[in-house]
Design a protein around this ligand. Structure first.
Ligand code: C2O
Ligand code: CU
Ligand code: CU
Length: 548
């Protein structure tokens, strides 16, 4: 009888939300059993850079061809899942979704070849480029076509990435597997790596988080229904480096985790825990830049397209098991708590509001709202086996980089994010606008006040070509306010130079932006939501920088 209930406990682990519910209800014994069952489940070695030819590190300047094409990779058991991926050739080898590595001043000269049945184009997310090389969707390559890039890596060390950006299909192509990291290293990051004594791929690991639903057949579920398109595609489980239920062994010393949220729509609240105790991390960098100095933190929100560079001192952990988790939080889908309105079946981008009474919807447990499986539910992401270590443990330097100070701004510009009457997410009342909304002179310095309507959902807002210097957050929800460093309302992540900022319902974020650029003439950029279904649905605003 006892044995049977253990087996049932393990069977209950099939769906992550069930883990969560069971966890809360059980006593210490039962908790121990669930812990054991989890340990039995998280047994697939985390994919490291280059394993089976995926995520192979390549010098960016040496890549001549980057192809988009159908590929296959086993995600569940050994059944191959059909995916779409990037492929590069290097030394006669073909590698998928390579990790590109470059230094400021390197030139990229590569041909993008599109072997997909849809238009596609590569956006170099986090880089400062002219609009032709930005890959923002104005110059897509047709199926069978190609596009030649030629651009120089500018700026400082940071954790950037590349992904598809064709008009209307960015979300689908990312969902099917097209994502690559793009690391920029410089003298400051060299010194940081020397101090920590970490080795890339061994004690310095990229972690790409993507939620997907993997069917029994091994294939990915497409989840392209109207609700998914309104709220964003989400999956029932979280893959790390395209590994399902991963485990990673790490020595008891400083380790570095470079984390990208490459999910279409899901937000994570990340923390490292061991036996109910939080392991503190040091934040080293945010998006495309390193911080001036490390900042201690024990949790952070990571929205789609955001990156964090973390140092984790595993000497504070005991040898044995630790977890990278996403903790419980309120996903704040306030739009679902409004009076019900019938979804517009004819419009795939129409907002879907489930026909629930507002009170019932508000009382629903976080993460169990319709259309957003798992978001806000506590869930393990990566099992870490901490092993003893006798060698040099490395050290955390007191200073990392010298980021430029926030620009002194002379103008303010206001943006309001809301849902229009037609049921589309909008920026300043616009949805799907293709004509530039405004033009700035190169070198203009502005404060952008981004206000998210209280009856909406969180929007990760991305700026092409430039970075934000976050000055303040006003009216943040309590779960964000508790992470504020001071009266400005800013969190540790806001101290970096993010290119993507998460703005919660009811919140206003103010950020200074320096629009200086080295390109002649008028360039086109865009400001959009990086919930890619929102972007594809029109939540973007093109603008221009320069003088004709
Ligand atoms: Cu990462 Cu316009 O996108
Ligand atoms: Cu939603
Ligand atoms: Cu959005």
């Amino acid at each position: 009888m006892k044995r049977r209930s253990v087996l049932l406990g393990a069977a209950a682990l099939l769906a992550p939300p069930v883990i969560h519910l069971a966890w809360r209800r059980q006593g210490a014994d039962e908790r121990q059993r669930l812990q054991t069952a989890l340990a039995r489940r998280f047994v697939r070695p985390l994919r490291r850079p280059g394993d089976d030819g995926w995520m192979t590190p390549l010098a960016a300047a040496g890549v001549r061809v980057l192809r988009a094409l159908p590929a296959a990779l086993a995600l569940r058991g050994d059944k191959p899942a059909p995916l779409w991926a990037y492929q590069a050739e290097s030394g006669g080898r073909r590698v998928f979704n390579p990790i590109l590595i470059g230094r400021p001043g390197d030139m990229l000269r590569l041909r993008f070849e599109n072997r997909l049945p849809q238009d596609s184009i590569v956006h170099w997310h986090g880089f400062a480029n002219d609009s032709r090389n930005d890959g923002g969707g104005m110059h897509a390559a047709a199926p069978g076509g190609a596009f030649d890039y030629q651009w120089e890596i500018r700026g400082d060390a940071g954790l950037n990435w590349y992904h598809p950006h064709p008009h209307l299909h960015a979300g689908e192509q990312l969902w099917r597997g097209m994502t690559g990291l793009f690391l920029v290293e410089d003298h400051a990051s060299d010194a940081l790596a020397r101090a920590l004594g970490t080795r890339f791929g061994v004690t310095d690991l990229p972690l790409v988080l993507q939620d997907r639903s993997v069917l029994r057949s091994g294939a990915l579920a497409s989840t392209a229904d109207a609700a998914a398109l309104a709220h964003g595609r989400t999956g029932a489980e979280v893959l790390v480096n395209l590994t399902r239920y991963p485990v990673l062994s790490l020595p008891r010393r400083w380790v570095r985790l470079r984390i990208l949220n490459a999910s279409n729509a899901r937000v994570y609240r990340l923390a490292c825990v061991q036996g109910g105790r939080r392991l503190e991390c040091a934040l080293l960098g945010v998006d495309g830049g390193l911080l001036a100095a490390p900042r201690a933190l024990s949790e952070l929100y990571l929205a789609p397209a955001q990156r964090v560079d973390l140092a984790l001192d595993l000497r504070q952990a005991a040898a044995g098991e630790a977890w990278l988790k996403t903790l419980a939080f309120d996903p704040l889908h306030a739009e679902q708590r409004q009076a019900p309105a019938p979804p517009d079946a004819g419009d795939p981008h129409a907002l879907h509001r489930p026909p629930a009474a507002p009170a019932a919807a508000a009382a629903a447990p976080a993460g169990h709202v319709h259309g957003r499986r798992g978001e806000g539910v506590e869930e393990p992401l990566l099992r870490i086996l901490v092993r003893p270590h006798d060698g040099d443990g490395g050290r955390l330097p007191a200073r990392i980089a010298v980021p430029s100070p926030p620009p002194a701004c002379s103008a303010r510009r206001a943006f309001t994010l809301d849902a229009g009457g037609g049921g589309r997410w909008r920026i300043n009342g616009c949805s799907g606008q293709l004509a530039p909304a405004f033009r700035l002179a190169s070198g203009a310095r502005e404060i952008w006040d981004i206000r998210n309507d209280a009856s909406g959902m969180p929007h990760p807002m991305h700026l092409h070509g430039f970075a934000f210097n976050v000055l303040a957050r006003h009216n943040s929800p309590a779960q964000v306010r508790q992470l504020a460093l001071d009266a400005s309302g800013r969190t540790a992540q806001d101290l970096g130079r993010p290119d993507t900022v998460l703005v919660w319902p009811g919140e206003t974020l103010s950020a200074a932006v320096d629009f200086a650029m080295p390109f002649a003439g008028v360039q086109q950029y865009m400001f959009h939501c990086h919930n890619l279904e929102h972007q594809d649905g029109g939540m973007m605003l093109p603008f221009e920088v320069g003088t004709p």
